[in-house]
Ligand binder design. Structure first.
Ligand SMILES: Cc1cc2nc3c(=O)[nH]c(=O)nc-3n(C[C@H](O)[C@H](O)[C@H](O)COP(=O)(O)OP(=O)(O)OC[C@H]3O[C@@H](n4cnc5c(N)ncnc54)[C@H](O)[C@@H]3O)c2cc1C
Length: 301
């Protein structure tokens, strides 16, 4: 099928783009990499009257260091550029490790970092990564710019805190905390498919090797990314032994997400099983990486 008719604008500056958004509001859709939007338009699941194409705005394509030792990624930066960035690998290695899980190389050549986060697909990896790392999203409109904390950004199925006249212009991440480790795990039917269940983990140890802080964020289990807070509460203050990690992963499945979504690909029971298994694997690797930092140079990062 072909999309329904629409008006097309290709602004060359952010000012021009937000001016168009102010003019058209709910009638307009932003076109980033088009990897999610164009298929839905071709199926006529989405019929925007106006498309605002961001591909000719050079100011939205960048990966820059921030003064606090973090990294800022422009909305239109392609997945492939993020995947290949040495700066991202150094400052936010969880992102680098996650990128190859997103779709296929051809899609990562066009799909954008900002587009994936603005789209808020509950099966996507990057919203969970944003939450695990405690990143921030920059929203820009004619009214000005604001930064939204990851915890406040995702509101539900394909829903975010962006207002109709706002566009996502950048995403920022601070540096990794001391004595921290990270991991990402997912199961999909074929590599490149959306995950049946996935999880990202960030853990911090205190000087004595006990868990000081943790984030365990699941995706493809509900209407959006889910923080397994009860699992995390069971980890805080504990030495991350195999038993403690197993108990936390089991809590994620039994208390945090007891009724994950069912669909033609996976039952609730299967997803619940994956929540426990993947949670254990992710926490084990994340704590292993954090412990290696306490052990000193020579350990894995
Ligand atoms: C076969 C296939 C497999 C895929 N597998 C995965 C996968 O495993 N994991 C995964 O995460 N993704 C997957 N994707 C999706 C892919 O990663 C997309 O690139 C991503 O979801 C959307 O990015 P995009 O730049 O293409 O956005 P677009 O498709 O252009 O836009 C998506 C939505 O976000 C809005 N939007 C885009 N940019 C902005 C902005 N700057 N401000 C405000 N709103 C904006 C658009 O208006 C639209 O509603 C897959 C896609 C395909 C076709």
């Amino acid at each position: 099928m072909k999309p329904a008719p629409f008006k097309y604008h290709a602004p060359t500056t952010v000012d021009e783009a937000v001016g168009l958004l102010a003019d058209y509001g709910y009638d307009a859709k932003i076109l980033a990499g088009g990897q999610s939007l164009i298929p839905t338009m071709n199926f006529r699941l989405s019929q925007p009257a106006v498309l605002i194409d961001l591909n000719r705005i050079p100011d939205l394509f960048y990966i820059n260091p921030t003064r606090d030792g973090g990294v800022r990624i422009g909305a239109m930066t392609r997945h492939a550029s993020v995947e290949q960035s040495d700066l991202v690998a150094d400052v936010a290695p969880l992102i680098s490790e996650t990128m190859p899980w997103i779709a296929h190389p051809q899609i990562r050549n066009r799909g954008t970092f900002g587009g994936s986060i603005a789209h808020a697909d509950p099966s996507s990896e990057l919203p969970a990564v944003l939450l695990a790392l405690g990143g921030q999203v920059q929203a820009t409109s004619q009214r000005g710019g604001r930064w939204i904390d990851a915890d406040d950004f995702f509101l539900g199925l394909f829903a975010t805190a962006l207002e109709p006249d706002e566009m996502l212009t950048a995403v920022a991440f601070g540096p990794m905390p001391a004595r921290s480790g990270y991991a990402v795990r997912e199961v999909s039917r074929r590599h490149g498919d959306f995950a049946l269940v996935g999880v990202t983990a960030l853990v911090e140890l205190d000087a004595a090797g006990a868990c000081a802080n943790a984030r365990l964020i699941y995706f493809s289990v509900s209407d959006g990314p889910v923080a397994a807070n009860q699992a995390v509460a069971a980890l805080i203050g504990q030495k991350p032994t195999a038993e403690v990690i197993q108990a936390a992963a089991d809590l994620a499945a039994s208390a945090d997400i007891p009724e994950p979504n069912a669909d033609i690909h996976a039952t609730t029971a299967y997803r619940r099983h994956l929540i426990s298994v993947l949670g254990r694997q992710a926490l084990t690797q994340a704590f292993g990486r954090a412990s290696a930092q306490i052990a000193g140079p020579g350990g894995a990062k």
